[in-house]
Write a new protein. Structure first.
Lengths: 211, 115
């Protein structure tokens, strides 16, 4: 793995009190996208969207990986500091990108060619879900699935015909159950990469429309 | 993207949003004819045209060009990729709700009491 991680030198230590600091899950996501570089370039995507972009590290990385001039990069986050952080990371790395403050996804019909989501996957009490702060970057509620399960039904409507959706999960999220739900919407799933980080069994899932 | 922001309005009759008090920013983006061609069918042409006209950015053709010339593509590039709304109020025609754009970031969230 050789493609450089975006420079994050514009952030101060204290910024990470308010936005999620790239960690093992982020780096596994970057490694998976790099592994998929050939596929993603061949896809010739017009619109990429990342849900919950946080620091902006992942979308900026993807833009440097497949080229920033032939694709529209859109990001969302519910945390206004994350919107600003995403824009500053893109700017710092000379990537054109737009940020939108909203809950999950704007209502785009069959528009997105690459959808990225590193969800709040940590198992927490349900009461911790639904904030607008840094807690929203990790608190996933029951089975860590409460936010993931709000996104899954939106994927079919948002994605274009030739498209792909990547999502980070941990084993507690029951990936095989997610696969089953997506299969019912017409999507096949494969695991691009997996890694054990501390007590987290991380996986990067890839979903594509079945022929 | 003017269109994407507008489409996120959650109210049924409120698309497109009207843009008021806009402060625009010119960006410098690399022109890529293939990209603009691929982007065209993903745009809501009528809304893009209306918004670009109201903001005084450009006058786009009434119908989406089926065989766009280089000049058409350049113009769409300018409108869709080189014009950013830095500050504005996006007003819902259905309910009058105002979604602000601040520092280039549209805020599509509703207040708790509006959900």
């Amino acid at each position: 793995m050789s493609h450089p991680t975006p420079s994050l030198s514009h952030f101060k230590r204290s910024d990470y009190q308010h936005i999620y600091e790239p960690a093992e899950d982020t780096f596994l996501f970057l490694d998976a996208l790099e592994k998929e570089q050939g596929f993603l370039t061949d896809l010739n995507p017009t619109v990429c969207l990342e849900i919950g972009s946080g620091s902006g590290c992942v979308s900026t990385f993807l833009a440097t990986l497949i080229g920033g001039s032939g694709t529209l990069f859109l990001t969302t986050d519910i945390n206004p500091r994350a919107n600003a952080a995403t824009l500053s990371t893109a700017h710092h790395n000379h990537i054109p990108l737009d940020a939108l403050r909203c809950d999950l996804l704007p209502s785009l019909r069959h528009t997105i060619d690459i959808l990225l989501f590193n969800p709040p996957y940590v198992v927490t009490p349900s009461s911790e879900v639904g904030t607008h702060s840094i807690v929203a970057s990790w608190a996933g509620g029951i089975d860590g699935r409460e936010v993931i399960d709000r996104v899954l039904p939106l994927v079919d409507g948002a994605l274009s015909k030739r498209s792909v959706f990547y999502m980070v999960v941990v084993n507690e999220n029951r990936p095989e159950e997610i696969a089953e739900r997506m299969r019912m919407c017409g999507f096949g799933m494969e695991v691009v990469l997996g890694r054990r980080a501390g007590n987290e069994g991380l996986k990067i899932l890839k979903f594509a429309r079945q022929a | 993207m003017l269109q994407c922001h507008a489409k996120s309005c959650p109210q049924g009759q409120s698309y497109p949003l009207a843009i008021r008090n806009a402060e625009l920013e010119q960006l410098d983006a690399e022109f890529n004819a293939d990209f603009v061609t691929r982007l065209m069918p993903k745009l809501d042409w009528a809304v893009l045209r209306k918004t670009a006209f109201e903001l005084g950015v450009a006058e786009l053709p009434a119908e989406i060009p089926t065989e766009p010339t280089q000049a058409d593509l350049q113009l769409i590039h300018k409108v869709a990729l080189e014009t950013r709304i830095k500050e504005a109020d996006m007003v819902c025609n259905g309910c009058g709700h105002v979604y602000p754009i601040k520092d280039g970031v549209p805020n599509m969230l509703l207040q708790d009491h509006e959900i």
